[in-house]
Design a binder for this molecule. Structure first.
Ligand code: MLT
Length: 323
């Protein structure tokens, strides 16, 4: 063995000794949580609630870093480039870790094998929302308006592959329309423009929609699931409003870089179970995941199932990033 090999062997041995010890004392410094969309949107809201509770439970600050772009895939790619030491984690979702596979031919990560899965954080109902001035007061009127104004109607979303993009894509496929697409770096800024009347409509997650509907700044025509949402009990389901074929639920999940030691993964997973997190998310209308999805193994299996579910849907819609 030459000197170079000896040094390399020594480094591996040292890392093997240090890694378990570091996992035992983890965390000893602040943790960065990547949010792959703009501040003020649903992923950011969920992330900040989780980060606050995790800071308490882990005894270290959890600092949010918004890394927006390319429908959330820029932030997810950034996570894969970080050391697997538990000091950088992210909140991903249906877009970054399922729909992206079919939408981005050059996706730089595999959502299953390039990450350590921590757990599903919550599921989120999707609502069809519109600016106040839109001349429609219920889902049937909205559908009539959209079909009549297909060429000029503009649909805000958070970039190709974001959930606001894919869920409105499903709506458009259901209705057979292809309106104008207006991308943002998150539905935080998209919602601001909807409130200001700059764009016509948005398919968005309940945590972003509920505060605006309660404040009377936008219209919500329907919630795209089988039951009404507790945070917006007056908004009908799509089935009640006459569009039973349009149902979709999305989710947020916590991830770390591939190779993160198991004790750290388990520590992060335990921090997710905080009762305060669950109560705050429920207040905003988010639903809590089934117990089996809130585990690392449960999330991994769930991601595989979600990729298998979304890939044919997106291929059938004939959309990829770039068209
Ligand atoms: C956001 O946080 O801005 C959204 O989750 C974006 C989206 O996927 O629609």
């Amino acid at each position: 063995m030459n000197r170079r090999h000896l040094i390399a062997a020594g480094a591996v041995a040292a890392f093997a000794g240090i890694a378990p010890a570091a996992a035992q004392t983890y965390p000893t410094r602040p943790i960065t949580m990547i949010i792959p969309f703009a501040a003020g949107g649903p992923t950011d809201v969920v992330g900040r609630i989780v980060a606050e509770a995790m800071s308490r439970s882990l005894g270290q600050s959890v600092v949010i870093e918004n890394v927006a772009g390319a429908g959330g895939t820029t932030g997810a790619t950034r996570l894969t480039q970080q050391p697997p030491d538990g000091y950088t984690i992210m909140i991903g979702h249906t877009g970054t870790h399922a729909a992206s596979v079919a939408l981005y031919p050059n996706l730089r990560y595999n959502p299953v094998t390039d990450f350590a899965q921590i757990g599903v954080v919550n599921t989120n109902a999707i609502l069809i929302t519109a600016k106040k001035a839109l001349p429609a007061n219920n889902l049937a009127e909205f559908v009539t308006w959209l079909k009549a104004n297909e060429r000029t109607a503009n649909n805000a979303h958070a970039g190709i592959g974001s959930v606001s993009h894919t869920t409105c894509l499903l709506l458009h496929a259901t209705l057979g329309v292809k309106p104008q697409s207006v991308p943002y770096r998150g539905t935080g800024p998209a919602m601001n423009d909807l409130v200001a009347g700059q764009v016509d409509y948005l398919c968005d997650q309940v945590v972003n929609v509920a505060p605006q509907v309660r404040a009377g700044t936008i219209k919500a025509f329907a919630v795209a699931q089988a039951t009404r949402n507790a945070a917006l009990p007056d908004v009908p389901t799509t089935a009640e409003a006459g569009l039973p074929g349009y149902q979709v639920v999305v989710w947020n999940a916590m991830l770390a870089p591939k190779g993160t030691p198991e004790p750290i993964v388990n520590r992060l997973n335990a921090a997710l179970a905080d009762a305060g997190v669950r109560a705050r998310l429920a207040e905003l209308g988010a639903d809590l995941p089934a117990d089996n999805l809130a585990t690392p193994a449960g999330l991994r299996a769930f991601l595989e199932a979600e990729i298998a579910k979304w890939t044919p849907v997106i291929r059938a819609a004939g959309v990829t990033a770039g068209n």
